[in-house]
Design a binder for this molecule. Sequence first.
Ligand SMILES: Cc1cc2nc3c(=O)[nH]c(=O)nc-3n(C[C@H](O)[C@H](O)[C@H](O)COP(=O)(O)OP(=O)(O)OC[C@H]3O[C@@H](n4cnc5c(N)ncnc54)[C@H](O)[C@@H]3O)c2cc1C
Length: 263
Amino acid sequence: MTARAQAYDATVTAREQLSEHLVRLTLAGLDGFASTGIPDEWIGLVVPGQFQSRYYTVRSWEPPTGSPRAGGTLVLDVVVHEVGLVTEWASRDIVGDTVVITEAKGSFARPPAARWVLLVGDLTAMPAMARIAESVTDLPVRIWAEVPDDLGGYLPDNADVTWLDPPSEGASRLAEVVEAIDWPDGEGYFWMAGESAQMRAIRKHLMRERRLATSAYDVMGYWRGVKERQPRAVDPGPIWRAGKAAGKTDEEIWADYDKARDE
Ligand SMILES: Cc1cc2nc3c(=O)[nH]c(=O)nc-3n(C[C@H](O)[C@H](O)[C@H](O)COP(=O)(O)OP(=O)(O)OC[C@H]3O[C@@H](n4cnc5c(N)ncnc54)[C@H](O)[C@@H]3O)c2cc1C
């Protein structure tokens, strides 16, 4: 989080275990926070006793009703994996805790001429895929979800979903899935998020083999599959703003983000 990033306090008012690895947190009392309305928008989350943030998708947002000072309510769906700063916190009874969140940013940008939307992702991408599918009511939405839990009912009914089991060992198979896609005809929009190394391979495939225009897809590395605790998290916000100001495409900006996290 940079000194210039807007930050908001919020209180955890509910914690619900949606499935073995997914926990829904309701954060209330957000005074001054505004949603971008972009369906894959994310915020930085700083949990008590920490100064580093981790990034989470805004699964839903209810602006304040009545007095704006009452603050709005934000819902995040958090993956609890083996070991991690937020994972360890979110695995406990945290109702009543105060957290800090940063302003929202989003990158989903479907071209006006798109006739279809394809979404591919792992468990960390589920909140964004659900919200995107909810927001795209005028085009066919096809989803490939590689998740370890039974999340039937999590994605809206308008989406045609293929559920994939993650391999018990080793890397996700999402790169193979993307290479085998039978692409619909005409112009469309492809959105994907998951483990960073996989996402880099997929970007290359889309650019070199499929020769998609960069405006036709967004592929984002949401987490890094390294064994040790992440040395630091890099806030996508400033990289996003700098990239936009420099006239870069979303693809170029996400590649910059991956590079910054590798440094
Ligand atoms: C724009 C954006 C939106 C995101 N939205 C969501 C969201 O809605 N929900 C969500 O759960 N995550 C989301 N993520 C991913 C999340 O920020 C990372 O998974 C983050 O590293 C989790 O933090 P942690 O404190 O639990 O683990 P960390 O302390 O960051 O990492 C500890 C260890 O766990 C490993 N690790 C990190 N994440 C995972 C994982 N998912 N599975 C297995 N191993 C992992 C790391 O390699 C590291 O070795 C998003 C990321 C971005 C950039």
